[in-house]
Write a protein that binds this ligand. Sequence first.
Ligand code: NAD
Length: 265
Amino acid sequence: MTLSTSLKGRNAVVTGSTSGIGLAIARALAAEGANLVINGLGSADEIEAVRAGIEKDFGVRVVYSPANMLASDEVTGMVADAEAGFGSVDILVNNAGIQFVSPIEELPLAKWDQIIAINLSAAFYAIRTAVPGMKRRRWGRIISTASAHSLVASPFKAAYVTAKHGLTGLTKTVALELAPYGVTVNCISPGYVWTPLVEKQIPDTMKTRGLTREQVIDDVLLAAQPTKQFVTPEQVAAMAVFLASDAASQITGSNLSIDGGWTAQ
Ligand code: NAD
């Protein structure tokens, strides 16, 4: 039997896809033929350029949802609208996420709530809304961008590490519930990924710590990553495409690391 990676005719929702990893996942799914709902923050002009660019590059339908992942009703509405507009949500990628670094005793209560809401609860709301249709059609792919921090901790990232560990628990539970219905549920756990966000931090870190660019990359950013190389958004996206494909129909409840050896230590 030939296994196809084509996603022609499938409809996908990718949260937090206006930049970084989410955008790479959206483009990779579109390259395989999936129609998309993209989502995330940004200026209207930039978002429209991204939306129209994907449509033009890959000849698929792309709709933008401004849903704020902090608001349960907006998350639910985004998935319900996608289901109504496209006729199905076959692939759901829970990717939106934020980070905040601080000692536990100084972590603002509002920041804790925000990180849990965007990085964890939004995935629950989206999954809960997408599942009935996936079960009915007996096909679905739910993929969440977790992190190496879903497996191991780092100091000063309590809310983020808690949310990402929670995402793996949610993934395993829902995978078991949906196993009889042809719906797989997995997460991808990247180490440090080269995104514009990371790149922008380098000059400031060079200045504040008095380090060279190479020292910032090797001794600060990549301290935990034995390959001493960043993961690329495209590599994470390729893993998402694989998980969405027929070849991955027996992978469910898994947490797949792509972290240059970080969590092997
Ligand atoms: P990014 O900042 O480039 O992208 C985050 C996306 O989420 C953006 O599209 C942003 O607009 C969106 N977003 C943020 N708050 C939102 C909200 N309230 N409502 C809707 N959308 C919102 O970051 P990234 O590096 O691409 O991160 C994407 C995911 O990958 C996150 O879940 C992050 O935790 C995870 N991750 C990143 C790395 C890394 O090193 N960059 C490593 C492991 C895991």
